[in-house]
Design a protein around this ligand. Structure first.
Ligand code: ASP
Length: 333
């Protein structure tokens, strides 16, 4: 009896010790991430390609993480304003950013005072989607093939208007390359994003644009705008009747875009790993995948989805675009 009594007293005391120790142990343990909604900064307006990609991924990623992903559109200056906001956000995993070939590849060459460094100010999460570039024109533009379009541009460069999403955006960079190749300087009309640019293309207020495939695809299919060529090596299964630039007679004009997720520099590795895993699950989600494919997006394979791969890729992209854009006759077109 005595022995039992001692055992009870000891176990009560040890439980009391546990109980007293517990609160501080709990306080020291990191809160399981994510414990609150995550904001995804889209550096372009709603309804455009960057926004559509993020909104498609937000739901399955949020499901995988057990938290909502709330999209915040922070548009302006070709996506560089929102990207700066992303770079300067708290590195706690609760703010992420969609960056792309423009904001994280071409922008350093076009903005001498860019307030973020695509390679140094972010922790890459992973590649999200590739987007081919399609040369599109208003429905009644007087050209019905890429050859006629090029001929028209060369003959009437001072009279035509091209729409883009701001200096440094994908559409801006793609048409900049096109104009440099053709040796022309048409009027360039800046929008905050290609969603609004597309509206004006459909209503005929601007003449053409170098658009990411998912933006204009529905309007091309509906016959509301013309698509002359896709600037990639292969045709897209989503727009099979649109020839490649090579097939259509402009073989040197090949350019394509990419879209990826980033977190601010200093975001913990474990957090990046969770976000990367959620992104990968989202890309493998049958419905999300089908939706992206229907819009003409390319889905990165497993090996291309890692943060390390994206880190190397961003550095390569900045190194690739800087001389291309600074070459004589490119910037200024
Ligand atoms: N990504 C931009 C948008 O979502 C378009 C562009 O970069 O050209 O509007």
């Amino acid at each position: 009896m005595r022995g039992n009594g001692l055992a009870i007293v000891l176990s009560v005391v040890s439980c009391l010790v546990c109980w007293l120790a517990a609160p501080s142990a709990v306080a020291q343990a990191p809160t399981a991430y994510p414990s609150q909604p995550i904001t995804a900064i889209v550096p372009f307006p709603a309804g455009g390609p960057t926004d559509v990609i993020m909104r498609l991924l937000a739901e399955p990623m949020g499901k995988a993480l057990g938290q909502h992903i709330v999209v915040e559109n922070v548009a302006g200056a070709g996506g560089t304003l929102g990207s700066k906001r992303g770079a300067k956000s708290a590195p706690d995993g609760y703010t992420i950013l969609v960056g792309n070939m423009g904001t994280h590849g071409a922008a350093p060459a076009l903005y001498p005072k860019l307030e973020y460094d695509p390679s140094k100010d972010f922790e890459p999460i992973g590649m999200a989607a590739g987007t081919a570039i399609v040369i599109e024109a208003r429905k009644n533009f007087p050209a019905h093939s890429l050859k006629e379009f090029v001929a028209h541009l060369k003959a009437h460069a001072s009279e035509v208007n091209e729409a883009h999403a701001g200096v440094g955006s994908i559409s801006y960079v793609a048409c900049l390359m096109l104009h440099a190749q053709l040796g022309i300087k048409p009027t360039r009309v800046a929008y905050r994003g290609t969603a609004a640019a597309l509206n004006d293309l459909v209503s005929g207020q601007v003449d053409y644009m170098c658009d990411q495939i998912l933006n204009g695809i529905a309007q091309v299919k509906a016959g509301n705008i013309q698509a002359y060529a896709i600037a990639s090596a292969q045709r897209s299964a989503a727009l099979p009747n649109v020839p490649t630039t090579k097939e259509a007679g402009l073989p040197k004009f090949e350019v394509s875009a990419w879209n990826a997720l980033f977190a601010p520099k200093g975001t913990p590795k474990e957090v990046i790993a969770k976000l990367n895993a959620a992104l990968s699950l989202a890309l493998d989600d049958a419905q999300t995948r089908q939706r992206l494919l229907d819009l003409g997006c390319n889905i990165p394979d497993q090996a291309s989805r890692t943060p390390e791969r994206l880190r190397r890729f961003v550095t390569e992209e900045v190194q690739r675009w800087t001389p291309l854009l600074k070459a004589d006759g490119v910037v200024g077109n």
